[in-house]
Design a binder for this molecule. Structure first.
Ligand code: 1CP
Length: 322
């Protein structure tokens, strides 16, 4: 998950003096940073070191990742004219990312590499708000006040996300994850009307790649059935809903479909708890995951920067022993 590297001293060391987006476009560095958690923790898959705003920057949209803040957009997108002026992403604009994927698949051997992109809604929130937002108020205002402009924007972002994922797939990633991190801010009704068709399009365009597609958001307990309709093979769950309950909701909404595969869902904050308490939670999640057809053990969201990395290694060992 995001910032997996940030808790590692070796990450802070190699990132010294290099801006985040510059690091994401430097294949050797992407390869090294992606490998760090594999070497240290022995996890079963690698997640590409990149960011959801990388394809926006590559397409020529003015965005930076500011330390301690997150993505900041120079000229927020708020009008029809702003949407019309958005550039498209050409495959070769993310060549450095594809080069990094090729370096990585060679180095990883049997360990799978997960590529990713931001989903249209989460990307739109950064573009409209101009940066991280607690309430997404400008985003919701635009969505409801001017649905035509909204759908044009999400269509453009769906295309950028699909192109970014296609570049990663062509270069050899073994799975993809579509992060709709902030979708949980929406009602199910708004999600279905304003977001779902665009995420469906991104995931649908990759169906022919024959690799697992994971779809994840934060605070999406009420949206799980709708998010499953986006068409991914795996539904990511944050820590707010126990995995067996998540499976129950997904099955109840669509009993005709196969029992789902889920990913999750340890609360990242618990990595700072006493070991006995943490172990209890890991064992509970492992047991609850048996309700699913398959379970990818993971955190419910990104690693918090102050996390002691030796605790992560211990959790990985515990999960492997189970
Ligand atoms: O300089 C730094 O170290 C910046 C910290 C950082 C890192 C390490 C950011 C800024 N992005 C990343 C890498 C990243 N981003 C990965 C690579 C895998 C990993 O390191 O574990 C991934 C998968 C992402 C995806 C990402 N970026 C998401 C979706 C996942 C999620 O966390 O929900 C989102 C929402 C972003 C935006 C973003 N980038 C960075 C920050 C701090 C944020 C969030 C800002 C906010 O709260 O809105």
């Amino acid at each position: 998950m995001r910032q997996a590297g940030r808790s590692l001293p070796e990450y802070r060391e190699v990132r010294k003096g290099t801006a985040m987006l510059e690091a994401c476009m430097t294949p050797d560095l992407v390869c090294e940073i992606t490998m760090q958690p594999i070497r240290r923790h022995g996890v079963d898959a690698a997640i590409l070191f990149s960011d959801i705003v990388v394809p926006l920057a590559a397409a020529g949209i003015g965005v930076e990742i500011v330390a301690g803040v997150g993505p900041v957009v120079a000229e927020p997108v708020r009008t029809v004219a702003d949407v019309d002026a958005l550039p498209k992403l050409a495959l070769d604009q993310v060549d450095p990312v594809a080069d990094a994927v090729r370096l990585l698949t060679a180095e990883l051997g049997q360990t799978p590499l997960i590529g990713f992109a931001g989903a249209p809604f989460t990307l739109a929130s950064y573009l409209i708000e101009g940066g991280p937002s607690r309430n997404h108020e400008r985003t919701k205002a635009l969505m409801h006040s001017d649905p035509r402009t909204w759908h044009a924007l999400l269509g453009a972002l769906a295309e950028i996300a699909a192109t970014f994922l296609r570049a990663q797939l062509d270069a050899g990633v073994d799975a993809v994850q579509l992060f709709d991190s902030w979708a949980g801010a929406l009602s199910e009704r708004d999600y279905r009307e304003f977001v779902l068709p665009h995420s469906q399009r991104v995931l649908g365009e990759l169906a022919d790649a024959g690799v697992p597609r994971v779809h994840f958001g934060v605070g999406t307990g009420e949206l799980l059935p709708a998010m499953r309709e986006a068409g991914a093979d795996v539904v990511g769950v944050d820590w707010r809903v126990p995995l067996d309950e998540a499976v129950r909701r997904l099955v109840a909404a669509a009993p005709e479909l196969p029992v789902p595969v889920v990913q999750g869902n340890l609360d990242p904050a618990l990595l700072t708890a006493e070991w006995d308490a943490l172990e209890r939670e890991v064992r509970r999640i492992h047991a609850e995951g048996k309700a699913a057809r398959g379970h990818i053990f993971n955190l419910g969201h990104g690693v918090l920067p102050d996390t002691d990395p030796t605790v992560i290694t211990r959790v990985v060992e515990l999960i492997h022993s189970l």
